[in-house]
Design a binder for this molecule. Sequence first.
Ligand code: AMP
Length: 403
Amino acid sequence: MEETQKPALKLKRLQEMPVQEKKVLVRVDFNVPLHGGEVSDDSRLRAALPTLKYLMEAKAKIVLISHLGRPKGKPEEKYSLKPVAKALEKILGIPVSFSSDCVGPEAKKAVLALKEGEIVLMENLRFHAGEEKNDPEFAKSLANLGEVFVEDAFGAIHRAHASTVGIPKILPSCVGFLVQKELEFLDRVIGNPARPFVAIIGGAKVSDKLRVLNKLLDRVDTLLIGGGMAYTFLAAQGVSIGKSLLDQEKIADAQAVIDKSYAKKVTCLLPADHVAVSEIKPGVKTSVTQGMAIPEGLIGADIGPHTIEIFLEEIEKAKTIFWNGPMGVFEIPEFSAGSKAIAEAMAKAGKNGAVTIVGGGDSLAVLSESGLSEQMSHCSTGGGASLELLEGKVLPGLSAISS
Ligand code: AMP
């Protein structure tokens, strides 16, 4: 289906909103990994700093709300945001107070105690069922905590929850600097990318990525498909895939993507060889296949060296590169070479002037392990949100704010 260009949403930006000395409610995405009660990766906290520092300078009373994990509508210690307040304090170098509930008397008291330029972080929004149900009463209780609302949780704007779509119905609302930056970079990909434009899509779930692959075919010059999802495409092409991951029901859709790539004259490349194993586990004996086919009984766990070579050639020529999803089971070091090679090639292309954009937690984890995050033009904090934007969906959290 040909795409139709949707009209751009008109979004009020933080810099256009009077916030001086006001109580400002900020939806942040502090859904960070915790290990042993400590924040093990603080990139999502750092991503919120431009908005927080701006509000501190404006002497606003800053009330932060966020979710963490999936606690299913009731308090659960392991999903508490308390350690996050400590981590934020360290980064900002000022005290960050913490309220053990995001609504009710405790929350009100914490906001009342705030002085100009001070920050309070509220406990996990998802400790209340009203958040994910988008309960208007819950949204009202949250909105009562501020005079102005700033949406800066890019990773949550594709969800229609009380904190993303309920609050903007009540308070004057705008988008913070992180959301602005995310939209600016993704617009470059959607709008007028420098060419050649190469997209690299990997990961396990074909069903999640089919729509975005279809959309990308309207925009890219080259599409590189890797990871577990590539096997459904190879199966569609009649290639033997052994015991590799397969989504039988999506074979026809995968073939339709390949057909569309021919029609659009987009170069669509599948893995040409693989790292094959009898079982996906650390320390297992690995072999590299001679070609696209995987011998019976074996599983493709990563793209092979020949594929890396072919994919890297395309990345080297590119002027815009978008990457989402690992090329193999990168969590196990033996199967991480493909994803690491993509990360390194993107960093190199970036040094040579290409715009490099990475979305999705797994791809970001590969970058951060390789120490290459800083070398990308943009690392998106919202894998799901960035894919939905690329699919051309109108995101609920953005339409709620648009005027
Ligand atoms: P997704 O959530 O669809 O982006 O998939 C991410 C997951 O895909 C990661 O946990 C990887 O371990 C997994 N993955 C990547 N390549 C393969 C593969 N060849 N076989 C099985 N799983 C894979």
